[in-house]
Design a protein around this ligand. Structure first.
Ligand code: HEC
Length: 113
């Protein structure tokens, strides 16, 4: 037997369950959006890689990154760490650790895949 009250209650529980589900979903998506390399890139690499200064491959530009990505992240990271052509070692910030550069490169590559 369902009274108007129980019907309203069950609607309420369904809404709760749904919003919980939505919440759980958006939370599990977060790490992909907020990668640890993102902040490093914003603070150290965008100066050149946002506009393509001196021929720097532009972040998110698949044409520019495609041939570079085929080298693989370890090689790209090595180039970013030691410098490569007009790319200064560690983007000019020697305070950054090799691990941070790898994270930054991984983030940049993911933007162009
Ligand atoms: C002063 C400008 C400048 C800054 C700052 C800079 N880059 Fe670059 N980067 C370049 C240029 C120019 C190239 C292209 C070099 C070439 O192909 O001759 C490049 C190329 C690269 C490449 C491709 C290397 C390859 O093997 O093709 C990677 C990866 C890269 N940069 C990562 C980074 C990361 C990570 C940072 C931040 C920590 C950064 N860059 C900061 C100018 C810069």
């Amino acid at each position: 037997m369902s009274t108007p009250t129980t019907r309203r209650l069950s609607k309420f529980t369904t809404a709760c369950a749904l919003s919980l589900l939505l919440c759980a979903c958006s939370k599990s998506d977060e790490p992909a959006v907020e990668s640890p390399g993102k902040l490093i890139v914003q603070q150290n690499c965008k100066v050149c890689h946002a506009q393509g200064i001196n021929g720097a491959p532009i972040i998110g530009n698949k044409k520019m990154w495609g041939p570079r990505i085929t080298q693989g992240i370890p090689t790209l990271a090595e180039h970013a760490i030691n410098g490569y052509g007009l790319m200064p070692a560690k983007g000019g910030n020697t305070e950054l650790t090799d691990e941070q550069i790898i994270e930054a490169v991984t983030y940049m590559v993911a933007q162009a895949e």
